[in-house]
Design a protein around this ligand. Structure first.
Ligand code: ADP
Ligand code: MG
Length: 818
């Protein structure tokens, strides 16, 4: 039977050991002082045990000290064990008695075996199995049993019999349980330690973190914040701990943050970017990552990203600006990469090329799409593409003589610039800017046509004044010849050679006069007499005439518009012009052919007349020069080179246009364009009635002319007609004579004179002689002359040169009212 007091003692010591084990937690460090203290505590426990032992015989006591010292050795190490063992040993010696030696030996033995276990365990990396504990406990107490033999006399046997079973059962089991409890404690202690350390580590991380870390409850109230949170909000820790997350949010962030918070509740974590308001009022962007720690604890991790947000906003704005710029320019713009594929394009580019969306272009090869062929449809090989030159040569290219193709297969003339796209000195592709220059090209062509017309007009103008000058002098010469010849022809006996000679002279001079008229006509010195005309009528007359005169080899066709608008014009001039065109056409068809005369209404009430033949046609050089006066390709005697230049002048006088379309061997079409007939003041028709009245003789005629030839011939003519003549060489002289009392019935006044001239003289003359008839002599019926005649009922035109008959009729006509 195991004595109860021994069980009590062992239980007491076991609980003391456990209490000590718990005390160990208070000490953080394990040093010598700790060991000594622990040694003292274990020692004290043995003393308590030895003070209330099971007393086998006086001086022979049993208690649980072997367990305490074994545990002290095993868990405390040599210092703890030594301290406790010394205390226990001294106390046992002090108690004395027959068991003293054995008692001290047991103390030593259990402390030593405990320390042995301590080292074995350390070699085993601190591992200790319950079975090993039981083994160690068994060993300590086996040795204890053996040490009982040290007892004097017959005591050993008696003792072994008495408590041997308890020593081999109770003691090892007690040892094992205390050991297990210590192991547990130790582990707990170590875990606690590790936890405390890691907590400290994390705390320091959080404290030192550059970004805000905070913990909040389910209402958003801050429970913990780190210094960085204080720094980026501008609030102190105390202030923040009294606040809630929404207190930091400006109104516009509220909705997003509520969404974030409900995500966090539902999913356990959430991230987002929010605008916060600092204590100083400044707004800043935070990127927040939050996790749910427990149902009512949330940890947030916030990083300030204001700068990133600002630069993002700036980038977005500049991108938007760029986009706006690209969208609002009129120039088409697109970018290509090194393969020529489109990387970007603006709306103007799409509009001009006929595409409807950028997707149709982006990524496609632009050369194949819009630049594949030239205006003649010949393919342009990419190798020769000048757009690529930009990145081949790394410089800008400007081109304005190519075309771009539209989606619908049409093309337009284009002006483009291709510039290399550079990044860090490396060519990435090219940017092409282009404009549609259809309108500009057309304007250029019109400009060129106008310039050509102007040149022609100027040429005609100068030739005209030259011809006009020649004609004027020529008229006077002819006038003199005609005058003298007609004055003398009557005096020659009929049929005599001299009469025939005079008649020939008169004919020649008359023909010369016609030629001069022709010259003047070309020089546009005669006035167009404007009347409302129907050109169809003129053409029909013309055709009638042609059919009678030209040979049957030319077929004449008419294609006349039924409702042809009338025009304002001079029928003589136009008949003459048409005649010239028809003659040219017939000349161009020596074998046979067809002449087509066509009329039609053309824009804004104007009309067009076409004179078309299928004759030999003209080369470009001939077309260019055809209207030049005296330009002819016909053999001498056949062509004068004045035909087309007359037509040109006629058209000019009618404010119309002349266009020649011709190619060698392809025939010719001459187009005349007339403007609409605008109602307006027309020149009064000069109706000249012819009078056949009795000749009046014996007039006093004042002849004012600077040309002595004229003076002489007129004098002769007038005298032949029975009048007497006073001469004046200019207007001034004539006026002086009249003022001096010279009597006159008729004045023949030349227009072209130095000094006052005809126009200057007439008014002064009228002041002296209000109703004396005046014949205004002129080689060309200028507007000034016509105006003078119109304004004065007693003044009539006398066209130079004139025959004696013509002069006589004129004189009779002006004198008739008298
Ligand atoms: P001309 O007929 O006296 O030569 P024009 O001024 O009428 O002078 O014509 C000038 C030139 O223009 C002609 O010599 C001829 O070469 C060319 N030409 C004019 N009309 C035609 C036509 N219908 N077909 C071919 N050539 C023409
Ligand atoms: Mg001709």
């Amino acid at each position: 039977m195991v004595p109860l007091s021994l069980v009590h003692n062992i239980s007491l010591l076991v609980s003391l050991c456990l209490a000590e084990g718990l005390l160990m937690r208070w000490f953080k460090r394990r040093g010598l002082r700790y060991s000594l203290l622990m040694g003292l505590l274990f020692g004290a426990a043995t003393l308590v045990g030895m003070s209330t032992p099971m007393v086998f015989r006086p001086g022979l006591i049993f208690d649980g000290r072997s367990i305490v010292l074994g545990i002290a050795g095993l868990f405390g190490g040599p210092w703890v064990a030594a301290t406790a063992a010394i205390m226990a040993g001294l106390f046992r010696i002090h108690l004395g008695g027959p068991g003293a030696l054995m008692g001290v030996m047991v103390i030593l033995e259990s402390a030593l075996l405990g320390v042995l276990g301590f080292y074995l365990r350390r070699r085993n990396q601190g591992r200790l199995r319950p079975l090993a504990l039981l083994g160690l406990g068994g060993l300590i107490h086996l040795v204890m049993l053996a040490l009982m033999s040290l007892l004097p006399g017959g005591l050993p046997l008696e003792v072994i019999r008495g408590i041997g079973p308890a020593v081999l059962t109770l003691y090892p089991l007690g040892f094992m349980f205390v050991g297990l409890a210590f192991l547990e404690l130790e582990q707990h202690f170590r875990m606690e330690q590790a936890l405390r350390e890691s907590e400290a580590r994390y705390r320091s991380y959080v404290e030192r973190a550059p970004d805000a870390v905070f913990i909040a409850d389910e209402t958003g109230a801050y429970l913990e914040v780190n210094p960085a949170a204080c720094a980026i909000t501008g609030y102190s820790r105390e202030e923040l701990l009294g606040m809630r997350i929404p207190d930091l949010l400006p109104a516009e962030s509220m909705e997003a943050s509520l969404r974030h918070f409900s995500n966090l509740k539902a999913q356990g974590s959430a991230s987002g970017e929010f605008l916060f308001q600092r204590k100083d009022g400044r707004r800043c962007w935070w990127s927040v990552d939050a996790v749910k720690l427990t149902e009512n604890r949330y940890m947030g991790y916030a990083k300030e990203i204001t700068q990133r947000k600002d630069s993002e906003a700036a980038r977005q704005e500049s991108e938007a600006n760029l986009q706006m710029l690209l969208s609002s320019t009129a120039e088409g713009i697109y970018g290509i990469d090194m393969k020529g594929n489109c990387t970007i394009c603006n709306p103007a580019c799409l509009r001009m090329t006929g595409f409807t969306s950028a997707d149709q272009i982006l990524g496609k090869n632009m050369h194949d799409l819009i630049h594949h062929s030239d205006a003649q449809g010949r393919p342009c090989p990419p190798k020769a593409c000048r757009i690529y030159q930009a990145f081949r040569e790394g410089r800008g290219i400007h081109v304005d003589d190519e075309v771009f193709w539209r989606l619908d297969g049409t093309f337009f003339p284009v002006e483009y610039w291709s510039y290399p796209q550079l990044k860090d000195g490396q060519v990435l592709g090219a940017v092409v800017t282009f404009v549609d220059i259809t309108a500009r090209k057309r304007a250029d062509e019109e400009q060129a046509t106008l310039q050509a017309q102007l040149n022609q007009a100027q040429k005609m103008e100068s030739l005209g004044s030259l011809a006009g000058g020649i004609a004027h002098d020529m008229n006077n010469v002819l006038g003199a010849i005609l005058g003298l010849a007609s004055a003398n022809v009557e005096r020659q006996p009929a049929g005599s050679p001299s009469r025939q000679a005079f008649e020939t002279i008169i004919k020649a001079a008359e023909r010369g006069g016609k030629m001069v008229q022709g010259l003047l006509g070309f020089a546009r010195r005669t006035t167009v007499e404007e009347r409302e005309l129907n050109l169809n009528d003129l053409i029909q007359e013309q055709v009638h005439l042609l059919e009678r005169t030209t040979l049957s080899k030319v077929r004449i066709e008419m294609d006349l518009a039924k409702d042809l608008h009338p025009i304002l014009g001079d029928s003589n001039t136009l008949t003459h012009a048409l005649m010239n065109l028809c003659v040219n056409a017939v000349d161009a068809m020596p074998e046979n052919g067809t002449l087509i005369l066509r009329t039609r209404n053309a824009g804004r009430d104007g009309i067009e007349v076409h004179v078309e033949d299928n004759g030999i046609g003209m080369s470009k050089e001939v077309v260019d020069r055809a209207t030049d006066p005296f330009f002819t390709t016909k053999e001498q005697g056949k062509g004068t080179g004045l035909g087309l230049s007359l037509v040109y002048s006629a058209m000019k006088a009618h404010r119309g246009q002349l266009e020649i379309q011709s190619e060698p061997g392809q025939g010719t079409c001459v187009k005349l364009r007339f403007p609409a007939c605008e109602p307006g003041p027309r020149l009064a028709e000069a109706v000249e009635a012819s009078f056949a009245s009795a000749p009046r003789n014996g007039l006093e005629v004042l002849v004012v002319d600077d040309d002595e030839l004229i003076q002489a011939s007129l004098r002769m003519l007038l005298e032949a007609l029975g009048h007497s003549v006073t001469s004046a060489l200019n207007g001034e002289e004539a006026l002086a004579r009249l003022k001096a009392g010279c009597k006159t019935d008729l004045v023949i006044l030349d227009m072209n004179m130095p000094g006052l001239g005809g126009a200057g003289t007439l008014p002064q003359l009228r002041a002296l002689l209000p109703d004396v008839p005046v014949l205004l002599a002129t080689g060309r019926s200028t507007q000034t002359a016509l105006d003078l005649v119109e304004a004065d009922p007693y003044t009539t035109l006398l066209s130079k040169p004139f025959t004696m008959d013509e002069l006589r009729i004129k004189i009779e006509a002006v004198l008739k009212p008298a």
